[in-house]
Design a protein around this ligand. Structure first.
Ligand SMILES: C[S@@+](CC[C@H](N)C(=O)[O-])C[C@H]1O[C@@H](n2cnc3c(N)ncnc32)[C@H](O)[C@@H]1O
Ligand SMILES: Nc1nc2[nH]cc(C(=O)O)c2c(=O)[nH]1
Ligand code: SF4
Ligand SMILES: [Mg+2]
Length: 228
């Protein structure tokens, strides 16, 4: 007997250019999963926080969204793949984001998509145990001292291919330094700073610190280009 397949709550499914981190500039299919309890006050996807039963809709409604809403549709991995084909997407890089996608067991999704020739990346806060494939590119954007009270997991920091830290003030860099000391990433892990909400002061601080530390800058290119 086949096990019951995992179902994933999808808030958005679209094709664009990856605007953040190491893969900036890469055409990518974005799968945005519903639900996140971490509560970052400056989060740019607050419509994904609550997974309310009354917001469950059909896939067509999700595909036809013209603005950000909290509506979500539940799909199995094979239904996700079928939606990619139906949409006629070209990209072979898939970014799983949210919300907090690590709340879900992503192994079946990875198995189905990788078998179909896609490469996967996850954007995660590092606050949940990662259930991804060995080949998934893991971007951890650590969330420290957020209202939800979650801790960044040492195993997530070790598994990360890149650490992409949101910054606005010096205290955020100090908090990252403390995290890197307590939960060291693997040798060679890319570290980048991402200014919060394109604020000029945040951007200046990120540029200065990246130059001093030989870290990378991640500027949310899509926001400068006014694309999704
Ligand atoms: C919306 S989160 C979803 C994935 C996951 N929950 C996480 O935090 O990594 C995707 C990325 O956007 C970043 N982000 C969210 N709001 C932002 C903002 N206002 N300015 C800059 N980066 C932001 C997060 O730090 C994370 O790197
Ligand atoms: N273009 C684009 N690139 C992104 N990289 C990470 C995103 C996210 O919301 O996780 C994102 C997004 O929302 N749009
Ligand atoms: S962890 Fe990610 S999705 Fe959740 S509130 Fe923070 S930035 Fe937003
Ligand atoms: Mg985004």
């Amino acid at each position: 007997m086949n096990p019951i397949s995992t179902r994933y709550p999808i808030n958005e499914l679209f094709e664009t250019i990856q605007g953040e981190g190491f893969y900036t500039g890469t055409p990518a299919i974005f799968l945005r999963l519903q639900g996140c309890p971490v509560g970052c006050p400056w989060c740019d996807t607050q419509h994904t926080w609550d997974k309310a039963a009354e917001d469950q809709v059909e896939l067509e409604t999700v595909l036809n969204k013209s603005s950000a809403t909290s509506q979500w549709a539940e799909l199995s991995a094979t239904e996700v793949l079928a939606a990619f084909k139906q949409q006629g997407f070209h990209a072979k890089h898939v970014v799983i984001t949210g919300g907090e996608p690590a709340m879900y067991d992503l192994r079946e999704l990875a198995q189905v998509l990788e078998a179909a020739g896609y490469a996967l990346q996850i954007e995660t806060s590092g606050t949940y145990e990662l259930k991804v494939s060995a080949g998934t590119w893991v971007t951890v954007s650590p969330k420290l001292d957020m209202p939800g009270g979650f801790l960044v997991r040492p195993d997530c920091m070790k598994r990360a291919n890149e650490i992409k830290h949101p910054v606005a003030m010096q205290k955020h860099i100090d908090a990252l330094d403390n995290l890197l000391e307590k939960c060291p990433p693997a040798a060679g892990t890319i570290i980048s700073l991402q200014p919060i909400s394109q604020r000029p002061r945040a951007t200046e601080l990120a540029i200065k610190t990246c130059i001093e530390r030989n870290w990378r800058l991640s500027v949310q290119l899509h926001k400068y280009l006014h694309i999704e």
